[in-house]
Design a protein around this ligand. Structure first.
Ligand code: 5GP
Ligand code: MG
Length: 172
C-alpha cells in the first residue's frame, strides 16, 4: 500500500479551505475565547494551520484517540489524556482530522459534555458521511469525501505518511 502520486486534495486546496473555515469560526466566536480540543495525532497539521488563521483567542487541549488498525476501524475507541477542568464553562471546539464511523467523536463529545462546557461544537477537516455508524454531524467540515482511505497532512497508515504535505489516497 502506498500514497497516490497525485493528491486527492492539494496543499493549495487545503490551505484555501482552512482559511474559509477559520473565517467562519472566527465570525461565529467573535468576542469569545475558544478552547480547541485537538484529537491527536492526526489533527495536528490541520489544527496548527487553523489556529494561525483564527482571529479569536485560543486555548489548547489535546486528547489522544485510537480506533484504527491498518485501514479498518476496530469499533473500540481508546481515549487518553485531556479534558476535565480545562473545558468546564468554556467554549469548546473539537478539532478532528476525519469523521468516519463517528465512534471516536461520539465517545469524545459525550465525555466533553459531561465536563459541562458553555458550548460544544465539532470541526473536522474531512468527513466520510457514507461510513457513519453512530449519528454525529460536524458543525464545520473541510471536505466531504467518498469511502476512501486517505493519508497525509497528519493522517497516517500505521504511523507512515503523516508528513505528506497534501492528502493522498492509499493505493495498492
Ligand atoms: P471514527 O471513529 O469516526 O470511525 O474514526 C475516526 C478516526 O479514524 C479518525 O480520527 C482517523 O484517525 C481514523 N480514520 C478514519 N478514516 C481514515 C482515513 O481514511 N485515513 C486515515 N489515515 N485515518 C482514518
Ligand atoms: Mg483521529
Amino acid at each position: 500500500m502506498r500514497p497516490s502520486k497525485d493528491p486527492l486534495l492539494s496543499t493549495q486546496t487545503i490551505e484555501a479551505r482552512v482559511g474559509e473555515l477559520a473565517g467562519a469560526i472566527s465570525r461565529d466566536y467573535e468576542g469569545r475565547e475558544l478552547t480547541l480540543v485537538v484529537v491527536l495525532k492526526g489533527a495536528v497539521f490541520f489544527a496548527a494551520d487553523l489556529i494561525k488563521r483564527l482571529t479569536v483567542p485560543v486555548r489548547l487541549v489535546f486528547v489522544r484517540a485510537r480506533s484504527y488498525q491498518d485501514t479498518e476501524s476496530t469499533g473500540r475507541v481508546e481515549l487518553t489524556g485531556g479534558p476535565g477542568d480545562e473545558v468546564a464553562g468554556r467554549h469548546v471546539l473539537v478539532v478532528e482530522d476525519i469523521l468516519d464511523t463517528g465512534r471516536t467523536c461520539t465517545v469524545l463529545l459525550e465525555r466533553l459534555r459531561a465536563a459541562q462546557p458553555a458550548t460544544l461544537a465539532l470541526c473536522t477537516l474531512l468527513d466520510k458521511p457514507s461510513r457513519r455508524v453512530t449519528p454525529v454531524e460536524a458543525d464545520y467540515v473541510g471536505f466531504a469525501i467518498d469511502n476512501l482511505f486517505v493519508v497525509g497532512y497528519g493522517l497516517d497508515f500505521n504511523e507512515e505518511y503523516r508528513d505528506l504535505k497534501a492528502v493522498h489516497l492509499l493505493e495498492e
